[in-house]
Structures are given as C-alpha cells and as structure tokens.
Design a protein around this ligand. Sequence first.
Ligand SMILES: C[S@@+](CC[C@H](N)C(=O)[O-])C[C@H]1O[C@@H](n2cnc3c(N)ncnc32)[C@H](O)[C@@H]1O
Length: 343
Amino acid sequence: MNTRNPALVGLIRDEIRVRGPVSFAWFMQQALYHPEHGYYSSDRATIGRRGDYFTNVSVGPLFGQLLAIQFAEIWDRMGKPENFSIVEQGAHHGDFARDVLGFLRDHRPDFFSSVSYRIVEPFPKLQDRQRETVNEFGDRVQWRNSLPELGSFVGIHFSNELLDAMPVNLRNKRVGLNGDELIFVDWAKDEKPNQSQVDWVDSVATKLERGLVLAIDYGFAGAEFRETIHVRARHRLLDSPFQEIGNADITAHINWSDIGKAAENNDLRIAGFTDQHHFLTGIISMFPDTVTQEKSKRGLQTLLHPEMLGRSFQVLALSKDADFAGCLSGFKFARDPRKELGF
Ligand SMILES: C[S@@+](CC[C@H](N)C(=O)[O-])C[C@H]1O[C@@H](n2cnc3c(N)ncnc32)[C@H](O)[C@@H]1O
C-alpha cells in the first residue's frame, strides 16, 4: 500500500530537481514538520493501540504518575522552591501533562501549588489538542512556541521521545531522485550527524537556571552507537523512509554520549543515566503503593519488560546548580553515569 502524501512528495521532488540531492535532515524535517503536510505538524500522528506506534505515555497514566513522584522528589531535594516549572517539550496531545498534574493535585498538593507547567509546542494544531486535554488545570499550564521564547526557569525540563524525532543527517548519504522515485545517493562529504540535538542541549542549558533535565529516549552509548532509522506506521516497521511520506513516523536512535558531551560543554552535570527498567524500578521500590491496581500492573509490565519498553529506552538526567548525585530514586539501581556514557 502506498499512502504517501502526494503534495509533500511533490515539493520534496521539486526541491531536489532545483538543488540536487538534499540532506536526510532536510527530508526528515519536511516529512515530519512541514507546516501544512508534516506527519506531526498536521496532527496526523496517531500514537497508541489504534495508531502507528506505542510510547510510554500511550501505555496509560501510570508512566506520568511515576514520573510525578520523581518530580516531587526533585522538588523536595532542591529545598521546595516556590516558583517551580515543569517544562515539557514534545507533549503531543498533552496526556503526560494531565497525568502528572492530576497525580500531584491528588497526592502532593504542597508541590502542586508551587508548580507551573509549561509546554513548548511549535504547532498550533497540537497546542489546541493539548489545551483540551489539560483544560481542568486552567492557567496552571502555559504554552511557548519554542525554547528561545521561554524565560529562564528553576525546575525540570522533561521529554519523552523528543530527541529521536529531531531531524538527523546520515553518514555519507543524501536523498536524491531516480526518475520520480526518491532514493539514497552516496555523498562523499560528511555532514554533522545530530546538530539539532546538540543545539537543543545548548538551548535547554541556557534556559535552565537551576534544576534538572530529564530526557527519555532510545539510543546507544559510547562505542555501541549505530546509525539506526526507524519508520513506523500502524505498528509496523517500514523498510524505507520513502514509503509513506507524511503518514509515517521517522525516528533516529540517539547518541547519548554526544548529548552528554554537549551537556558538559554547557555547564550541565551528568546526574544519572540508566535504562527505563532500572529507572522505573527504582521509583517503585521507594513508592510501591502506586502500583496496586490490576490495570497499573499490566501497564507496568509493558513499561518494564526488557522486550517491550524496559530495555530499549534510556533515561538521562542533567543537572545545574543542584546536587542530586546518588539520591534520586530513579537512579538508585544505576551505575556510574559517566562510565556508562564511555567518558
Ligand atoms: C515521538 S513523539 C512523542 C510524543 C509524546 N512525548 C509521547 O511520548 O507520546 C515526538 C513529539 O515531539 C515533537 N517535537 C519535535 N520537535 C520538537 C520541538 N523542537 N519542540 C517541541 N516539540 C517537538 C513532535 O511534534 C512530536 O509531537
């Protein structure tokens, strides 16, 4: 089945005919984020059982609840600052924000009253969806179109599967044409592989005054890194990013060591790095009452199982002007993060 978006394919072809082969990052930017036709920007992305793929968030509210516990612990350790922001980037339809705020309102009203939740979202259609989802929390939630528009903040920057959705270049490859068909062409000149992720670290580091950056994503550390592109639609992995352009998700595995290096160059400290299995197990071991209902137990199985989301996802924590070393529940079972990153 070919369900490509013809208008999008047409404009990519036109660009290649005029400019010659284009970088994979440019292609990925159009496929996912073209203002009118992109898979995410047009709100065609459907995440969950009936959609294209699962994320931690789509498994159910348990993920947000466990993270809310971790956020509250961070707030406690920082001495309970009064104006505390949780900044989320890549919030999709706002489910995670709703799950976190609902849990804090019901279980940690002291923290809830100090929190302002800020969603960084460039796409109007997604902002509208998010507004509907978190409607009950009123002006506790605010929006910014981009990180540069956010003022400096004390608190947490959180993302789940944000970095893997950022456009990347491929080694010695560009996107060209064979007749009308998009193809990979060899390209001798190497381009910077993950510039958008490194730029993201720079921007977050500039905006975070004090607190923690917590990024959950899938990738590799150190010598294990392999360039890996996944194209997903209707719970299938497609063979090529050119198959269902505009209607499929494209992700690239993260090079965690590059992110860590960029962080240290920007005065962030590596406060923790582990896989999701160990991260969530650490939180649950401190707060076992969270997972008592049957439904939560099933969700937990998906989040923790090594063949589901437990091992393929990793969690990186970067701190600024706050010392969390060895004391956050999520990293209770983690090894030395710098060693894990190959530093
Ligand atoms: C794979 S989805 C993950 C969505 C959600 N966090 C979840 O776990 O279900 C990636 C999301 O990141 C968003 N995104 C990509 N680049 C972004 C940026 N620079 N700022 C904000 N969101 C961005 C995309 O629009 C998309 O909604």
